[in-house]
Design a protein around this ligand. Structure first.
Ligand SMILES: CC(C)(COP(=O)(O)OP(=O)(O)OC[C@H]1O[C@@H](n2cnc3c(N)ncnc32)[C@H](O)[C@@H]1OP(=O)(O)O)[C@@H](O)C(=O)NCCC(=O)NCCS
Length: 361
């Protein structure tokens, strides 16, 4: 087998200058893989945005590893592994993503990258690694066996070969925003009429108002375990106001517009749910749905639909260039999927969430 060299890639302070060359090559390789997979540029992230998003923070250690064929340190980078290690919760876990350039596949590069990332994770005391694989196409309608939605393609075969087990299947859906010219108003009116009394909506863009930030942190924390996790051994995340501000700062650095609609229970003043949309300014046609949550005690009041319809209406008025919204939902998350189907989301593919045991030390 050809010798593969694996080296860490430092996230540079700026993109100009010789020390940024490896980072730029990695950013390009990751973009090329997204374009290869989706067949479009919806997931293209400019190097500047990747620079803002790939550095370590108080809550996440982020490592990048590059692979080259042979021992020449100036040879082209042919593969990359991204390793994320949470630092304030889930200290037993890490998340890994491996990408190999098409011309270098099936030569053991992916395996070497994975091993190097797994060693870093084990050295950091982690005992579980998580990975995600993406697959385009619609699953067999009505099948209860969600594992059958994940085809045995390169990504799944690679993960399985490395000892990962499939623990959860997400449906990837897209909402087409074109062709509805009332701006979502009818849907919002219907959602408002159908939702329980005693609640009011609160909206912000970018930074959460100071007086709501602790309540919002609690919602973000709940979100980490309230959505189905299948067999993924994940514990509740630790969120506080500082972590909310960190996430907002990262989004600003990545030039992303973040729209949040939350719902307040009028009797107690408590925030009891939220939904988040994210748009990168370099490509405002493409929108990503992030969290949607309604706290347990307030479910059954149709607040999920209200939140989503309201945030989509804000999106249409604030970012009229928005054309489509991507979302990921656990296939067993019937309530969320039902809301999304009513909103017009349609499946375009599936994601597998995998987990492997690491021997630590
Ligand atoms: C998945 C990916 C990283 C594999 O990289 P690679 O360098 O080709 O992997 P390796 O050569 O180390 O392959 C290891 C094993 O994975 C399996 N595998 C890899 N590609 C495969 C394919 N196209 N078909 C079937 N099995 C495959 C095989 O078992 C292979 O061992 P073998 O070649 O001895 O049969 C690469 O195809 C890729 O970048 N795909 C796009 C990104 C992606 O899906 N990443 C996975 C996220 S976990």
């Amino acid at each position: 087998m050809t010798h593969v060299s694996i080296t860490p890639v430092r996230v540079p302070a700026a993109l100009a200058g010789p020390d940024a060359a490896d980072f730029l090559a990695v950013a390009e390789l990751l973009n090329a893989q997204q374009q290869e997979f989706w067949g479009n540029d919806d997931f293209h992230a400019p190097a500047r945005a990747q620079l803002a998003g790939r550095g370590s923070t108080a809550t996440r250690r982020r490592e990048l590893l590059a692979a080259r064929m042979g021992a020449d340190p100036d040879a082209a980078i042919v593969g990359v592994a991204q390793l994320n290690l949470p630092l304030t919760d889930n200290l037993h876990t890490g998340t890994v993503n491996v990408v190999v350039a098409p011309g270098a596949r099936r030569q053991g590069v992916g395996t070497e990258l994975f091993r190097a990332a797994a060693n870093l994770a084990a050295d950091a005391g982690r005992s579980k690694l998580m990975a995600e694989t993406d697959h385009l196409g619609s699953g067999p309608a009505g099948s209860e066996n969600t594992a059958s939605f994940i085809p045995h393609d390169a990504a799944a075969a690679f993960a399985e070969g490395l000892g990962f087990r499939l623990e959860l299947v997400d449906r990837v859906s897209v909402l087409d925003l074109t062709g509805n010219d009332d701006g979502g108003t009818a849907l919002l009116e219907e959602a408002a009429a159908g939702s329980g009394p005693g609640y009011e909506l609160v909206f912000w863009r970018g930074a959460c108002p100071d007086d709501l930030v602790d309540a919002y942190a609690l919602l973000r924390q709940k979100m980490s375990t309230d959505a189905p996790l299948g067999g993924l051994e994940l514990a509740e995340e630790a969120w506080d106001a500082a972590r909310v501000r960190e996430a907002e700062g990262k989004a600003r650095g990545m030039d992303a517009e973040v729209l949040v609609t939350a719902v307040r229970h009028e009797a107690t003043g408590e925030l009891v749910g939220h939904t988040v949309l994210e748009v990168f300014r370099n490509n405002p046609a493409v929108v990503f749905q992030d969290d949607t949550l309604v706290l347990d005690a307030h479910r059954g009041n149709r607040l999920g639909m209200l939140l989503k319809a309201a945030n989509l209406a804000k999106l249409r008025s604030i970012i009229p260039e928005a054309r489509r919204v991507y979302t990921w939902n656990a296939e067993e998350n019937r309530y969320m999927l039902a809301i999304n189907e009513q909103l017009g989301f349609a499946a375009v593919g599936y994601s597998g969430e995998w987990q492997a045991d690491l021997s630590v030390g």
